[in-house]
Ligand binder design. Structure first.
Ligand SMILES: Cc1cc2nc3c(=O)[nH]c(=O)nc-3n(C[C@H](O)[C@H](O)[C@H](O)COP(=O)(O)OP(=O)(O)OC[C@H]3O[C@@H](n4cnc5c(N)ncnc54)[C@H](O)[C@@H]3O)c2cc1C
Length: 392
């Protein structure tokens, strides 16, 4: 057992996964989560092969549990179609052969289920202790010599060998590590939900169109989760009642092809969530002293490439392995160098795709559709090659 203690700020996907990965490597940790329970808001998460390989690296048992709980792409009866707003097929993604091609399947899983599996992975007897504190908002962190300390809103403090900021898009730790880098609004909002599988394309589908983007993927025999992104002024959608958001989505996209309208129409309001979408310019630093960032705290990203959770899991696999193998300063240097290079590139790419995906200029839209169409059926896109081939 390596006798260090890691303090983790945030019990979201990244924070809990890190606690599980460290525990697997006999490193103890304390997690500070400001919410009363573990967050299960939102619909589902698409774990792409890079994310699934990261989960396997974090803990093979967790990898097995995720495969059992989610809907793996090798169960898809058909390829996943990418369509224009009027239902014309632009490209088909052959998802069934992902394990052969990329070393892991794509897995659709409910966010709540992923959280539950991560929480289970840090509970009970194990090779190292994990203590989880709820209603424990961290307001300050500092590092001095070989130790690091967090201070909570209620005045309590805790000291360890390292503090990891896994505190999401509005991270408190980011300011301490990299200065004031506020999130920037990407110009669109996201509406997410859980619905019955539609008659057509029940395994999942993607629509691209003027001013929006729609993605849906199955997570069990009868249901799928979906994410719609819509151009809008900041706050305008999150501030309206969910019933209005659903009606507006149906009105806005009423003319779009039927699986999309059918999916939105069958979603119960309690299964819907609306959030504005932000990312962040690349940070100059990912760590300072014994403070380090991970997941959305280091690189918030829009949902267009579906990589937020996947990249947080990549960060976790990388940081946990490095901490198990090296002293802390060496681990942090290597982690910051390797992870920032990959994450910054993917965030920039996601911004570019989001701009193209959300254009309302008909000419640019036609060029985008022609580009998607021109990718031959079997040809790997940038997304597939750059993202999915990654192994932690
Ligand atoms: C509805 C929804 C659906 C998504 N779908 C996908 C998808 O399909 N694929 C994908 O890859 N990504 C998806 N994402 C993005 C993905 O969930 C995030 O990128 C991912 O959760 C990042 O993990 P994280 O641990 O860095 O941050 P989070 O999961 O946001 O966790 C941060 C945690 O820190 C806590 N916290 C914040 N500040 C403090 C503080 N000061 N003290 C203590 N605790 C604090 C928060 O309460 C939260 O629990 C989705 C996001 C949402 C909201």
């Amino acid at each position: 057992m390596k006798s260090i203690k890691v303090l983790i700020v945030g019990g979201g996907i990244g924070g809990l996964a890190l606690a599980a990965a460290l525990r697997e490597r006999a490193i103890s940790s304390e997690v500070f989560e400001r919410a009363r329970g573990f967050g299960n808001t939102g619909s589902g998460v698409e774990l792409t092969p890079n994310g699934v390989k990261s989960v396997d690296r974090i803990s093979p048992r967790l990898g097995e549990a995720v495969r059992k709980s989610g809907w793996s792409s090798d169960r898809h009866a058909q390829d996943m179609p990418i369509m224009s707003w009027d239902g014309k097929l632009l490209k088909s993604r052959e998802v069934g052969n992902f394990p052969a091609k990329w070393g892991a399947p794509m897995i659709g899983i409910l966010r709540a289920d992923l959280h539950r599996l991560l929480a289970e992975a840090v509970t009970g007897p194990g090779p190292a202790q994990v203590t989880v504190h709820h209603e424990a908002a961290v307001v300050e962190a500092s590092s001095s010599g070989g130790t690091a300390t967090v201070r909570l809103a209620d005045g309590r403090t805790a000291t360890g060998d390292l503090v990891v900021g896994a505190d999401g898009v509005r991270s408190t730790l980011r300011t301490l590590v990299a200065g004031d880098v506020p999130p920037r609004y990407l110009g669109f909002t996201s509406v997410r939900g859980i619905s019955k599988r539609p008659a057509q394309h029940g395994d999942g589908f993607v629509f691209v169109g003027p001013g929006g983007h729609f993605f849906a993927e199955a997570f069990d025999d009868t249901r799928l989760f979906w994410t719609a992104t819509v151009n809008a002024p900041e706050h305008s959608w999150p501030d309206k009642p969910l019933g209005h958001a659903k009606a507006d989505l149906l009105e806005l996209w009423g003319g779009w092809s039927s699986p999309l309208a059918e999916t939105v129409a069958s979603c119960a309001l309690e299964d819907m969530v609306v959030t504005d979408v932000h990312d962040c310019p690349p940070l100059k630093r990912w760590h300072t002293g014994r403070l380090v960032l991970l997941g959305d705290a280091a690189h918030p990203i829009g949902p267009v490439l579906g990589q937020g959770a996947n990249m947080a899991l990549e960060d976790v696999a990388s940081l946990a392995c490095l901490l198990a193998e090296h002293d802390i300063p060496t681990a942090l240097r290597q982690y910051g160098r390797v992870r920032s290079r990959r994450a910054n590139k993917i965030v920039q790419h996601s911004r570019l795709i989001a701009r193209l995906g959300h254009t309302t200029n008909p000419l640019v839209g036609r060029v985008r559709d022609a580009l998607i169409k021109s990718m031959k059926r079997r040809e790997d896109t940038y997304r597939d090659k750059e993202l999915f081939s990654y192994s932690p």
